[in-house]
Design a protein around this ligand. Sequence first.
Ligand SMILES: Cc1ncc(COP(=O)(O)O)c(C=O)c1O
Length: 377
Amino acid sequence: MEFACSPKRAPTFVRGSMATLWDDEGNEYIDCGASFGVGNLGHCNPAVVEAITSQAKELIHVGPTFGTDAKAAFTEKLLSVAPRNLGRVFLSNSGSEAVEAAIKFARASTGRTQVVAAMRGFHGRTMGALSATWRREFREPFEPLVPGFEHVPYNDAGALRKTVTKDTAAVILEAVQGEGGVHVASPEYLPAAREICDASGALLILDEVQTGMGRTGRMFAVERWGVLPDILTVAKSLAGGVPIGATLTTEAVERGFKGSHNSTFGGNPLACAAGTAAIDYTVRERLPERAERLGSWAMDEIRGLEAPGVREVRGLGLMIGIELREKAAPVLEALQDDGVIAIGGGSSVVRLLPPLVIPEEQWTRAIESLGRALRHG
Ligand SMILES: Cc1ncc(COP(=O)(O)O)c(C=O)c1O
């Protein structure tokens, strides 16, 4: 039996620095996958390394029921950059865990059970998060999943309106569907979702696990739509590469929450110290603006290639999907042979999620390499 965490894809990496990775044979790669969006700040960003090192000398862990300076500082920092209506934070260790908490908070604070998610959406692989995830291959072997979940077509406000009722606890959406192949919400979709939730008393959960922390050209993608979610989930790059998850809620959601929820490692001081350093760095270095500029340039370049195998180029900031007429795997392999790591997003989409700190010279080389791979594909 092979589990997904078994190595499937050579090479074996031994070292990283910002956008560069080295394997055990000394080969060098430009990392344009950033570990599925974890590495917004690159590998071993000195600001993160320094924060982890000094925190490790003070306090590595105490349980989540106690306070620590590291947790207090991080929570305050995260709320200072979050949508202004969100005032409470629950800390955990991964995106799936952040989503699990969001679902539990929504159910226990509305007293309702139905959760409406979108087709092509991805929210994680634990049983609750998986119930909101769309792809059949991910779900089927584990059924029955959690009851009460329904999926509607993405970017279809009419379908959402028909499905959300007085029994709906929450609608959970991504502003840009990442694993589903980089599909961006239309300008009307998220405002419509907000209005539909308000009309029925359901909560709006925005899953920013992949889009958050500057990736799409804003600190949180939802800022572009001018929508305030009731719950927002974030993870991946939040602590510069250290495992973390966070579920942000309004005070009203917390007030209504009847139940108990916790996680032993949630609020771990090492992760919190890394997270504070990561947010400081993101703000100081204006990484969202950088993502916007480098992303727009790259999308123009890729569209300008007019490669016959390319069906569509989509994205926001440094979250770019190139939908092909054929399978993406040969292009990903050609890129890797040329020293560029990219990832898929569904079988026919090449996804680029480079570190937001990628030097321009490396980004240009990666896009040139993509051009060669697409022309010969
Ligand atoms: C939008 C979204 N939500 C949740 C998750 C799950 O995160 P994790 O793999 O950290 O559990 C992912 C992972 O890709 C994601 O993209």
